[in-house]
Each structure stands twice: as structure tokens, then as C-alpha cells.
Design a protein around this ligand. Structure first.
Ligand SMILES: *[C@@H]1O[C@H](CO)[C@@H](O)[C@H](O)[C@H]1NC(C)=O
Ligand SMILES: *[C@@H]1O[C@H](CO)[C@@H](O)[C@H](O)[C@H]1NC(C)=O
Ligand SMILES: *[C@@H]1O[C@H](CO)[C@@H](O)[C@H](O)[C@H]1NC(C)=O
Ligand SMILES: *[C@@H]1O[C@H](CO)[C@@H](O)[C@H](O)[C@H]1NC(C)=O
Length: 248
């Protein structure tokens, strides 16, 4: 009892002496669509829970992300858009760690967040930005593509990402049976010579469409043996995705 109250006093003195000073991340945050992201907010010195209030808001709409007061978080006050997705770490709060874990990140989560910590009459806040919500969605054809022998056919593959096309390091079209290379795009260049002999001279990208993320494949002089599944696989430095197109 005695120990506790003296610790409490020491903490108050530490706060009183240095002023309440919360810290956040050193730069903008980058989140992956659908993943979780940690929004850091902490003090060097732990704070007493009594009289402590931590309020997280997203500043554009002043929407309440979460709030800790009277010794607990108050999820019922959260804005609808953060309901069930933004949690404190209950065991960390007494250590001066008021960070929030935001789950299942959505595109509209990008923006500025403010963590405001108040203790009795003092308060301090930090702001941070979720700058990019990264995504890499690869879409193929929405149905099987039908072609006759000798025809020319387009196999769709489009890449939706927040990234400029030059961040797409590699797009490789392959047949899924036997892993046969059909056409390769890498470091902003097409490598027709890397295609399997079955596809040599018959395949190309629409070069002018590539900056729009359209990596569709043009296949000329369709042969019976082309029937089957084609895969369009896309790589950036840290992510990859693919789509399958069926040719009948
Ligand atoms: C706060 O707690 C979370 C969850 O344990 C941890 O990942 C994070 O590093 C902590 N932050 C600080 C500043 O201690
Ligand atoms: C390919 O993409 C174009 C343009 O989005 C669309 O009109 C067409 O229906 C697509 N074809 C298939 C087979 O999905
Ligand atoms: C890609 O570009 C080609 C050529 O303009 C077009 O035919 C095709 O529909 C485009 N595909 C998509 C998915 O936009
Ligand atoms: C990629 O290649 C295209 C066409 O050759 C060119 O216009 C563009 O500047 C190149 N982009 C980069 C980032 O090298």
C-alpha cells in the first residue's frame, strides 16, 4: 500500500517535472489492405491509470477510433467505422503504451490519426498518418475465353494497385499444366525469347496499356493445344498475386 502510493507519487513527480509528453511513430505508416496495423502512441514514463484518458480520433471526420477513460476502454463510443476493429492493448496501458491495433484495414482508413493523452489537467497529443493502403489485386477474365483454331484471342489480366506500373517488377504468363512459360515482362521489358517454343512469336502484351495496369496477353494463331489454363502472376518487391484465365 505504502509502496504503491509512493510509486504513484514518484510517477506524478516525474510527469510534473518533465511535462506529459506522448510520442508516436517517426514517419508515415503504410498498411496492407485487409491486414492489421499498429498505431503507436506512448510515453517514456508509465502514467497512473487514475485520471488517465486516452482518446484516439481520425482527424478528417473527427471520428472516434477508441477511448480509454475511468480505467477502461469504451468500445460503445467508437465510431461505426471503427467498431470492433480498433483495440488498445489492455496490459500495455499501465506501461505507458497507448498504441492501438487497427484490424482489417480498409481503403478509407488512410488519413491522419491523433492520440491525445490527458492526465488530470495536463494533456499531450501526437499525430500520425496512414499514408498508403497497399493492395495488389490481379483480375483475369470473368468467364472462360472461347476461341477457334487460327484465331487471335485476348486473355485479360489487369492489376489494381496503388503503385505506378514501374513498381511492378514482374508479370509472368504461364500455362498451369507443366508450368510452361508463355510470356514474361520484367523490369519494364518484355522477354519474348523466354517463352516456350510453343508460344514463340505468337504472344505479346499491349505495350501502351501496361501503364494502366493492363497486362492482357494477345495470343495469335490459336492452336488446339492452347486449350487450358493460363496464369498471370504479378510480383512487386514485396507482394504477389495472380489470376487464372481458361481458354476453351
Ligand atoms: C505497445 O504494445 C504493443 C503490443 O504488445 C507492441 O507491439 C508495441 O511495440 C508496444 N509499444 C511500445 C512503445 O512499447
Ligand atoms: C476483358 O476485359 C474487357 C475490358 O475490361 C472486357 O470488356 C471483356 O469482357 C473482358 N473479357 C473477359 C473474357 O473477361
Ligand atoms: C487491355 O487492352 C486491350 C487492348 O486495348 C483490350 O482489348 C483489353 O480489353 C484490355 N483489358 C482490360 C482488362 O482492360
Ligand atoms: C518503360 O518502358 C516504356 C516503353 O518502352 C517507356 O516509355 C517508359 O519510360 C519506361 N518506364 C520506366 C520507368 O523505365
Amino acid at each position: 500500500m505504502c509502496f504503491c502510493s509512493s510509486l504513484f507519487l514518484v510517477l506524478l513527480l516525474a510527469v510534473g517535472h518533465e511535462g506529459l509528453h506522448v510520442q508516436g511513430p517517426s514517419g508515415p505508416l503504410v498498411a496492407q489492405l485487409g491486414d492489421s496495423i499498429l498505431l503507436p502512441c506512448f510515453t517514456q514514463v508509465p502514467l497512473p491509470l487514475e485520471g488517465l484518458r486516452v482518446e484516439w480520433r481520425k482527424t478528417d471526420a473527427e471520428s472516434l477510433v477508441n477511448i480509454f477513460q475511468h480505467g477502461g476502454s469504451r468500445p460503445e463510443l467508437q465510431s461505426q467505422s471503427f467498431s470492433g476493429r480498433a483495440h488498445f492493448f489492455p496490459d500495455e496501458i499501465s506501461k505507458g503504451n497507448f498504441s492501438i491495433l487497427l484490424r482489417n484495414v480498409e481503403r478509407k482508413d488512410a488519413g491522419i490519426y491523433r492520440c491525445k493523452v490527458s492526465l488530470h489537467r495536463e494533456s499531450s497529443e501526437t499525430e500520425m498518418e496512414i499514408k498508403d493502403i497497399e493492395r495488389l489485386v490481379v483480375t483475369g477474365a470473368d468467364r472462360a475465353v472461347v476461341a477457334s483454331v487460327g484465331e487471335e484471342v485476348i486473355l485479360n489480366c489487369s492489376v489494381d494497385s496503388h503503385l505506378p506500373a514501374n513498381k511492378i517488377e514482374q508479370v509472368s504468363w504461364r500455362r498451369t499444366d507443366g508450368d510452361i512459360p508463355v510470356l514474361l515482362f520484367q523490369d519494364n521489358e518484355t522477354f519474348p525469347e523466354s517463352s516456350h517454343e510453343r508460344y514463340q512469336g505468337r504472344t505479346e502484351f499491349f505495350i501502351t496499356e501496361i501503364p494502366k495496369g493492363n497486362f492482357s496477353l494477345k495470343l495469335r494463331n490459336v492452336k488446339m493445344e492452347d486449350k487450358g489454363e493460363f496464369m498471370c502472376e504479378v510480383h512487386t518487391s514485396d507482394k504477389s498475386g495472380y489470376a487464372i484465365v481458361v481458354l476453351q
